[in-house]
Design a protein around this ligand. Structure first.
Ligand code: BYC
Length: 475
């Protein structure tokens, strides 16, 4: 790496070529990242030419540059959204002070923890999805998977940059640890639970990008409000890429539902389960996958009542979603917010100090945002004249974090006994038989323009290319 042209190899707007200390830290880390990509990134893909988008600058003309790339040669860059003149800390105890351009010493460990938790999810998702490329339903979908993967890699770079540029030695150690924890590793798991679950099939992948990347959207948006300006600017740029991941998820599930409905109509099926006989994924199975992915993502918002979140807020390092658009005092010493609690065997909303309810507020906003896609999916089903509706499960269903982890609840939010749960959970969550069935459909389709039977083609191709474009060349 000695004679490297940094700005060419690592597109950036953080003056990498003028920062020898950062160069040294990256030189040390980058080979380990590539080693990790080779071992735990997309299986068998190193020699493929993939039609990918690379961000080469933050200008509108530069962040969506398309070309064929071999993924290990992808130019993972470091970008911050442009600095806003006169930006302030907009909430908490320091409200009104100029935003921090360096790490405030007294908040160092909390900031580092947030950045590490955020960073840890990025390589985790690549690890979770690493085998999906072997069963892609089309070249179009395969390319989208790889686009998501390289961008999650870039998001890891974004957090590693912050650790290396602003946190000195312990930041460098945390950057290394990010490549040492692995999704599902019993000894060194990823930090957040939902990032330790294998993504084994394409129905899961599309729900992952719809629900789990949507947690990314909300968490990044809350971090984009941070008084620590480099974190805010990093997250603002990451959000532009996140939007494509959400599109992949929402349109992917739409296409699966579309195909399911077509199969029902073409074959005059009234019992939705019969779709399986025709090689499609029946709507009740789609609902089970939805229940699973949505419920594990609700956990990603942390406890309903969290003193950690209150502390982050008061420090000014992690805000609320669209903080500056909220019409209150942005200090929240006297405000309250409704939080669900279990009282005498019932779930009720209780007014709690708003500071302790920061996680819950974000989860509520996430819930509302998630509903939008479900409504669109239901419109597809209704347009085919099929009497079935997908629903988001209740916030108490299948939870592992917070008060609902202590109880069992049905998807419609009734608290039930353990015995009842044991009897019924197979109706609500994927059973082994369901997983085996979905897995049986996962056969790769590699002919340009062709799609697996369980998923409809997209409305249009990527970057105005035709749907039958050769998005991935295998050689
Ligand atoms: N799993 O006070 P609480 C993305 C722990 S996704 C395991 O509520 P806090 C992406 C918690 O650590 C976005 N443990 O915690 C998407 C705490 O431990 P301690 C990722 C959990 O801190 C797709 C204890 O329980 N970004 O970008 O308020 C593909 C008490 O909880 C979990 C972020 O998450 C869990 N789910 O809230 C690729 C943003 N939840 O202190 C990428 C940064 C809680 O007792 N992270 N615990 O040892 C945060 O803001 C916070 O860490 C959390 C947790 C919101 C996650």
């Amino acid at each position: 790496m000695a004679s490297i042209d940094y700005d060419e190899k690592i597109p950036n707007n953080v003056n990498l070529s003028g920062d020898a200390r950062l160069q040294r830290a990256l030189e040390n880390w980058q080979p380990k990242f590539l080693e990790w990509w080779k071992e735990l990134g997309p299986v068998g893909s190193a020699a493929y030419d993939v039609y990918l988008r690379t961000a080469i600058s933050v200008e509108p003309s530069g962040w969506a540059h398309f070309d064929y790339v071999k993924m290990p040669e992808y130019r993972w860059g470091i970008f911050l959204a442009p600095q806003e003149d006169g930006r302030k800390v907009n909430f908490g105890a320091h409200k009104g002070e100029p935003a921090w351009q360096t790490v405030p010493g007294e908040y160092r460990s909390e900031l580092r923890r947030l950045i590490v938790t955020q960073g840890d999810t990025e390589p985790a998702s690549v690890e979770q999805q690493r085998r999906l490329g072997q069963t892609a339903p089309s070249l179009y979908d395969l390319r989208n998977l790889y686009q998501v993967n390289v961008e999650e890699g870039r998001h890891l770079w974004a957090m590693v940059y912050l650790l290396q540029a602003y946190f000195g030695r312990d930041g460098r150690e945390e950057a290394e640890a990010m490549l040492e924890r692995h999704a599902g590793d019993p000894d060194k798991p990823r930090i957040l639970q939902a990032f330790n679950v294998d993504t084994t099939d394409w129905l899961s992948f599309h729900f992952f990008t719809y629900f789990q990347d949507r947690d990314g959207k909300f968490q990044l948006a809350a971090l984009a409000e941070s008084g620590f300006d480099p974190l805010s600017r990093s997250c603002r740029f990451m959000l532009t890429e996140e939007a494509h991941h959400l599109f992949v998820g929402e349109s992917g599930i739409s296409r699966i539902i579309q195909r399911t409905c077509e199969i029902m109509k073409e074959n005059n099926l009234s019992d939705p389960h019969d779709v399986r006989k025709h090689g499609g994924i029946d709507l009740p199975t789609i609902q089970k996958w939805l229940n699973f992915h949505f419920s594990i993502c609700l956990d990603l918002f942390g406890q309903e009542l969290s003193t950690n979140a209150a502390t982050y807020y008061t420090m000014g390092i992690k805000g609320r979603y669209e903080e500056t658009k909220i019409g209150d005092d942005h200090v929240l010493d006297h405000a309250s917010y409704k939080v669900p609690e279990i009282r005498d065997g019932n779930i009720i909303d209780v007014e709690e100090p708003a500071l302790n309810a920061i996680n819950q507020r974000l989860r509520d906003e996430y819930y509302t945002d998630s509903q939008r896609g479900v409504d669109n999916w239901n419109k597809i089903i209704a347009a085919h004249g099929i009497d079935f509706r997908l629903v988001l499960p209740n916030r108490a269903f299948h939870r592992n974090i917070g008060p609902f982890a202590e109880i069992k609840a049905s998807p419609d939010g009734r608290i039930i006994t353990e015995a009842d749960w044991d009897k019924k959970h197979g109706r609500w969550l994927p059973t082994q038989e369901d997983r085996d069935f979905v897995q049986s459909l996962m056969k790769p389709v590699t002919e340009p323009g062709k799609f697996a039977n369980y998923i409809a083609p997209p409305a249009r191709g990527i970057n105005r290319q035709p749907i039958e474009f050769e998005y991935v060349k295998f050689h």
